[in-house]
Design a protein around this ligand. Structure first.
Ligand SMILES: Nc1ncnc2c1ncn2[C@@H]1O[C@H](COP(=O)(O)OP(=O)(O)OP(=O)(O)O)[C@@H](O)[C@H]1O
Length: 330
């Protein structure tokens, strides 16, 4: 049921450019987590450190008992089989059709025969809604289909951890909504640990169980989405509510004069917390918490208007009935 990733004291620099000084947090097994941050804060670099494509200056990345920066090449090769990675552009081979692209890791990393490979590839293509596109070349399909082909390829080795680097970049809002639903359904189906890097606040607010923000050469906050979305921390509140007022500037950090020139006063109220996306087949995800649970446990009042869905249902007060209705009549 997914694998936990524990990061301790991670520092990374390129020459004199320090990306982060000291990042420590745990990505819970089987849950969906999202990592955000202004451009250049090292989100892609972080993903590469998790799979050992880049090594930190110091610190640890514990995955399933091993410490990634300290693994030998042969051990890294084995470890990477636990990961399914969806790169920004799908990273498909342009000269191979979609079927061969998706079959590639199976042919490369396993001794499975073509009949078994065919079964797996068609199953994963069906999962991501690409059935029938086997013979198309990457250049003949849309950006959204490329992402889904990349996702199918990331799934063929039955990974315990799925990393996705801006899977929604360049997608229209409707395709983004479909992709988010697909992540929720895949997490329900596979129980894998998901870490998604995104710039899309809409995605961040409804998809994950946990949210993290990178800023100022470090991880400002990581935790359950209700904690992060109700936070009045200046950078967190600014980022997740997409405001200009706050410490994040056009170039990563505002200088003191810019901050001083801004209207002072109490931080604005966070926007209402929307209900979290649910699996489309009526199930509940194992990693999903009851709406309002974190807020109640920590005696935090939700922002006004929170947990009301498009149909006007209040997920705090009607949760049990909503869950029963999703399961359908017995
Ligand atoms: N291999 C490398 N060598 C030198 N510098 C690098 C390398 N990889 C990344 N960087 C630098 O590290 C910084 C962080 O890059 P990264 O791509 O992780 O940012 P990001 O947060 O993912 O940004 P964006 O949101 O714009 O995609 C950037 O300044 C980038 O130029």
């Amino acid at each position: 049921m997914g694998v936990e990733i524990r990061v301790e004291g991670l520092r990374k620099s390129f020459g004199r450019q320090v990306i982060w000084e000291d990042v420590s947090f745990t990505i819970p097994a089987g849950e969906i987590s999202a990592l955000l941050g202004p451009s250049g804060t090292g989100k892609s670099v972080f993903l590469k450190n998790l799979v050992g494509l880049l090594r930190p200056d110091r610190g640890h990345v514990y995955v399933g008992g091993g410490d990634v920066p300290r693994l030998r090449e042969s051990e890294l090769y084995e470890l990477r089989r636990q990961f399914g990675v969806l790169f920004q552009d799908g990273a498909l081979f342009g000269s191979m059709n979609i079927y061969d692209n998706i079959a590639f890791p199976l042919r490369e990393h396993t001794k499975k025969g073509e009949t078994e490979i065919r079964r797996i590839v068609l199953e994963k293509m069906d999962m991501v809604g690409l059935s029938g596109s086997e013979g198309k070349l990457p250049g003949e399909i849309s950006g959204g289909m490329k992402k889904r082909a990349g996702l199918a390829r990331a799934l063929v080795l039955d990974p315990q951890i799925i990393l996705a680097d801006e899977p929604d970049s360049g997608l229209d809002p409707v395709r983004t909504a479909y992709l988010n639903q697909l992540f929720v359904d895949l997490n329900t189906e596979l129980g894998a640990t998901f870490l998604i890097v995104t710039h899309d606040i809409g995605t961040a607010r409804v998809l994950p169980d946990n949210l993290g923000l990178l800023f100022r050469r470090g991880l400002v906050m990581f935790g359950p989405r209700e904690m992060v979305l109700s936070s009045t921390h200046p950078a967190v509140g600014q980022f997740f509510n997409a405001r200009r007022q706050g410490p994040i500037g056009m170039a990563e950090e505002k200088d003191l004069a810019e901050v001083a020139a801004e209207p002072q006063g109490p931080p604005p109220m966070p926007a209402p917390i929307q209900p979290q996306l649910m699996p489309s087949d009526g199930r509940l995800r194992p990693g999903m918490r009851r709406p309002g649970q974190w807020l109640a446990e920590h005696r935090v009042t939700p922002p006004p208007g929170s947990f009301i869905d498009d149909a006007g249902h209040n997920w705090l007060t009607e949760w049990d009935a909503l869950v029963a209705a999703r399961r359908g009549p017995r």
